[in-house]
Design a protein around this ligand. Sequence first.
Ligand SMILES: NC(=O)c1ccc[n+]([C@@H]2O[C@H](COP(=O)([O-])OP(=O)(O)OC[C@H]3O[C@@H](n4cnc5c(N)ncnc54)[C@H](O)[C@@H]3O)[C@@H](O)[C@H]2O)c1
Length: 280
Amino acid sequence: MTAKDRQPANTGMVCDYLCRMFSLTGRKAVVTGGGGVLGTDMACAMARAGADVILWDVREEALKASVERIRKETGRTEGVDYRQVDLMDEEQMFAAIDAAGDFQILLNACGGGRGKGPLIEQDMETFRFVMKLNVEAGCFLPMKVVGKRWIEKKVPGCIINIASMSSFVPLSGVWPYDAAKAAVKNLTEGAAKEFAPYGIRVNAIAPGFFLGEQNRRLLTNEDGSLTERGKAVVAHTPFGRFGQAQELMGAVLYLCSNEAAGFVTGITVPVDGGYLVHNI
Ligand SMILES: NC(=O)c1ccc[n+]([C@@H]2O[C@H](COP(=O)([O-])OP(=O)(O)OC[C@H]3O[C@@H](n4cnc5c(N)ncnc54)[C@H](O)[C@@H]3O)[C@@H](O)[C@H]2O)c1
């Protein structure tokens, strides 16, 4: 029997099955760094799958643009909101968590690097800033506060952190970013174990290289051509290109799904065009 002769699958049945597996209807997600390139697309994917989403970011104009885009793409007027919040400021973060009401998904996409250079020339103020942005504001503190709340309220929530290739292997010259993203993977694993008895799952996604606001200047010139660093990244990526944000959405929806990933916790999923398996 050829593929052509086979009975076509019942589309309605397929859709029902996939919908049950991946629908986020009835759930609400907070997306930190929601005004950024990856955060916006991830929030949009969750909204398209039926979740209500609240985007947090320090940049209000970016938030407004992201919310407008998500509303347009999903055709939704309700359940897509934002709050301007500086996550480096604990009080602001606590107030945002209180104001968010009940939510069951926390996606920590706030983060990024600053500059690049030799270890012996690393500016320590920048080092501390990047560590604080990615480890405290972008991962640990939201997990701590939201985790406490979910444990008290018996919410079997889902946390997704954003790690990096540098969680696995250091990227040259970005010292605090390397240290911070290695910590994000480590904290994801530790929190997964501690929260598992409460039914809270903690996982991470490690994107390869995607053009975001925080790395655009490192990877591309003003005219859009690649910097030396950008060329090195593409040369090291077996797919020979940067990723497109949409290529992260399957991992987001999989990890959010209690049906598809209900027994999955503590993993860091690379979505990297083969970056981590590059060889010669
Ligand atoms: N783009 C990539 O290739 C890539 C690869 C691996 C990991 N990541 C990680 O993914 C996440 C998102 O990156 P992106 O590429 O979309 O970058 P981005 O710069 O487009 O988004 C990051 C967002 O975080 C926000 N932010 C920064 N400081 C904040 C603060 N104090 N309070 C609240 N919000 C703040 C920024 O305003 C920005 O909108 C980051 O953690 C980044 O390190 C990105």
